[in-house]
Design a protein around this ligand. Structure first.
Ligand SMILES: Cc1ncc(COP(=O)(O)O)c(C=O)c1O
Length: 454
């Protein structure tokens, strides 16, 4: 049997196993089609490689229980939303207390002050605004950047994902370097090539050329690509990239929605990137809908001037529920109890152990695979080197093997993130959880070897 036929056979047996062990999820998935598009409240939930959606009844710490009563050790953690564990007790308490005292007033409470202080303490920037999601925060920051610089162009890296933000949903033509609309995006009507420029990650010459045209409002970037495989920066890349932004008058907006897993306060703080704007969503308030963006005093003055000089009316920035009382209570508790040295100390130590264990098992099995880690988050990459940019990932990724690895592990009680085998370690993850993942991964590489020998 060739490799593709072997993977197809393994996949068929894993699908059968899921169907046999998840009768309740299978039935719920069928019934939910009467109420929801594709049978799920958000259609992405159907993008997992299992034959039907896994319905979750309970999530606590690093553990999830499904509707069939099966328990899973969760390394997906809501794709970062639950990076500090599911329903941490301090957060659950703060939410319950505030829930009885008002949910939203479109006015601040005195809590805004300690929250502002804590944001500065954790992330290092002095001035802040709130949004309900990282997508919203990025959209609003882009508006501010264009308003204060009076420049039209957004600069992003190829393979970027910054949420449901039209301007960022683009690809790069690998031959001409031109901006292309991302073909999967529905209802696309904008001419992105006019307003968004895309360069390969880790390519300083391309970045310099894109900035040199003098029309770039901001570079919006993750410090490492995390949504197209995990692609870390090359040594010295960010020091040079940051200097180029300054030289050409473009703002540097650092989207830390995922890279907040790197260290307390995120990658930019740990590595001295000094962004003009920092965006964090998902886990910032422990998983309640919340995102924040922080900026320098100098930029705050420019933002205030832009708003004051604009005619009265809609700014196009903000939503009614942004900064609501419930979210602010969760954010305060998260900043105090979750964003701590102790939590990151635990997460990083355990992530190192996991990385080491995965590497050992890969080496023992003689597979040409790589593990790339950024603090508490790591990725199992089915290629023989750490990728340099998105094109490198496109050229080497093995989607079928990734999906099958995911399903094999899910069938044995270990959840990885779908799409690109990402694993995240939370403060609630134990060493026994890590050993469990390693044991199942060991079984998986053995199963692959057996199937290759047949
Ligand atoms: C780096 C980054 N920014 C922004 C977002 C958007 O987050 P949300 O879907 O919570 O708006 C994501 C989502 O995956 C992300 O990875």
């Amino acid at each position: 049997m060739n490799k593709s036929a072997r993977l197809t056979a393994l996949q068929a047996s894993e699908r059968e196993r899921f169907i046999a062990t998840h009768p309740t999820s299978m039935a719920l998935a069928r019934a939910a089609r009467a109420h929801y598009l594709f049978g799920v409240p958000l259609h992405w939930m159907r993008d997992w490689p299992s034959p039907a959606t896994l319905f979750v009844t309970h999530a606590q710490g690093a553990r999830i229980t499904c509707a069939d009563g099966l328990a899973y050790t969760d390394f997906c953690l809501g794709d970062t939303g639950a990076m500090f564990g599911h329903s941490p007790p301090a957060l659950a308490q703060a939410i319950a207390t505030q829930a009885a005292q008002g949910l939203t007033c479109m006015l601040p409470s005195p809590r805004a002050l300690p929250v502002g202080e804590a944001l500065q303490r954790v992330f290092g920037l002095p001035r802040w605004q709130m949004a309900l999601s990282a997508s919203d925060a990025n959209r609003f920051v882009l508006r501010w950047a264009r308003a204060v610089t009076r420049r039209p162009v957004l600069l992003v890296f190829d393979g970027c994902y910054h949420g449901a933000v039209d301007d960022t949903l683009v690809d790069r033509d690998p031959t001409s370097g031109k901006t292309l609309p991302r073909p999967s995006v529905l209802g696309q009507v904008h001419n992105h090539a006019d307003f968004t420029r895309v360069v390969p990650f880790n390519d300083l010459a391309a970045l310099r050329a894109a900035l040199a045209q003098g029309d770039v409002a901001c570079l919006l970037a993750e410090p490492a690509l995390t949504n197209f495989g995990l692609v870390p920066p090359q040594p010295g890349f960010w020091a040079a990239a940051r200097a180029l932004c300054r030289e050409h008058g473009a703002l540097f907006v650092c989207d830390e929605t995922h890279t907040v897993s790197t260290a307390l306060g995120g990658y930019a703080r740990a590595h001295g990137l000094a962004p003009d704007v920092l965006v964090v969503g998902k886990a910032v308030a422990g998983g309640l809908p919340c995102a924040v963006y922080g900026f320098t005093e100098e930029l705050a003055d420019r933002m205030a001037a832009a708003k004051e000089h604009a005619p009265d009316g809609h700014s196009g920035i903000g939503t009614t529920l942004s900064g609501n009382a419930l979210t602010m209570a969760a954010l305060e508790a998260a900043l105090q109890h979750l964003h701590t040295e102790a939590n990151y100390g635990h997460m990083l130590k355990l992530a190192e152990l996991l990385e080491q264990g995965l590497r050992e098992r890969i080496a023992r099995a003689g597979q040409p695979w790589t593990v790339t880690r950024l603090g508490a988050r790591m990725e199992l990459q089915f290629m023989d080197h750490t990728p340099l940019d998105a094109q490198d990932v496109r050229d080497h990724a093995q989607g079928e093997l990734e999906a099958l690895t995911h399903l094999y592990m899910l069938n044995r009680g270990v959840l990885l993130t779908p799409f690109h085998s990402m694993l995240l370690v939370s403060p609630a993850t134990s060493e026994a959880d890590a050993q469990r993942l390693l044991a199942v991964f060991g079984e998986w590489v053995d199963a692959l070897a057996r199937s290759a020998a047949e």
